[in-house]
Design a protein around this ligand. Structure first.
Ligand SMILES: [Zn+2]
Length: 247
């Protein structure tokens, strides 16, 4: 990699580095998760101060020091700051959960598909009405699981390999897969038949198209919690953002 790099990036996390500098964690397609320092960002009107806050999407100019293996953020051209996400607590926690998942999965090694999904997810989250937040959240989690290669097969049982059709089914966290009605055991997360149909049907749709597909509120809530558990099981760590109880 050359020392100077221009890359699309989404800021996931930012904090102070010393008195006046800022450390920013960026998600980039290709390079994955990068930590860069915006020198002087907190000094006076440091231009990088406002442009690198979490969930900003833009074009980052980076300088890589090959000896120290550190990145300096030299420039950040903002495409969108998603102001409505910052102005709505539930939206903010939703984006924070995605950021936590991206950090803990190393951004899928810099998967361009995951980057595209995140950019699209943030754009949609920014514009949807509050009642549609869960829909965006579920769609993001499900599509991210598939991109990360961990999407459960919804047609055949992870236990007996028989087909799962209609009726009851469940998620088995130990097998990280879906199981049929006959294989449901204690500890499996039983979900409604409609939730399975919803996932199958929306898998081939884009996120905004998928939002037009309805699922009952109760089934939606159960599916959301099941996906949280599945991610925690796959990543093998708790998701701290969920402790807020706001999602
Ligand atoms: Zn089975």
């Amino acid at each position: 990699m050359s020392r100077n790099l221009k890359t699309p990036a989404i800021s996931l996390k930012a904090g102070r580095f010393g008195e006046i500098h800022k450390q920013v964690t960026l998600f980039t397609p290709g390079e994955g998760i990068l930590r860069g320092i915006a020198y002087g960002a907190y000094k006076g009107k440091g231009k990088l101060g406002g442009t690198t806050e979490p969930f900003t999407w833009g074009l980052a100019g980076l300088y890589h020091d090959p000896v120290k293996d550190t990145y300096k953020i030299t420039d950040f051209e903002v495409y969108d700051q998603f102001e409505n996400i910052r102005g709505n607590l539930r939206k903010y926690y939703c984006a924070s959960l995605w950021a936590e998942i991206l950090l803990k999965s190393y951004g899928g090694g810099g998967s361009p598909e995951l980057f595209r999904l995140t950019r699209e997810g943030l754009t949609l989250l920014n514009s949807v009405e509050t009642r549609n937040i869960d829909g965006v959240l579920i769609q993001y989690l499900w599509k991210a699981l598939i991109i990360l290669g961990s999407g459960p097969d919804l047609s055949s049982c992870a236990n007996c390999e028989g087909s799962i059709s209609g009726g009851s089914w469940a998620l088995d966290l130990h097998k990280a897969g879906a199981i049929c009605g006959s294989c449901i055991h204690e500890g499996a997360i039983v979900l409604e038949a409609g939730a399975r149909r919803y996932l199958i049907h929306t898998s081939s749709l884009g996120m905004s198209e998928a939002l037009k597909i309805n699922l009952q509120e109760k089934a939606m809530g159960e599916l959301k919690n099941a996906l949280f558990s599945l991610f925690e099981s796959i990543l093998e760590v708790p998701l701290n953002t969920l402790k807020s109880g706001l999602l």
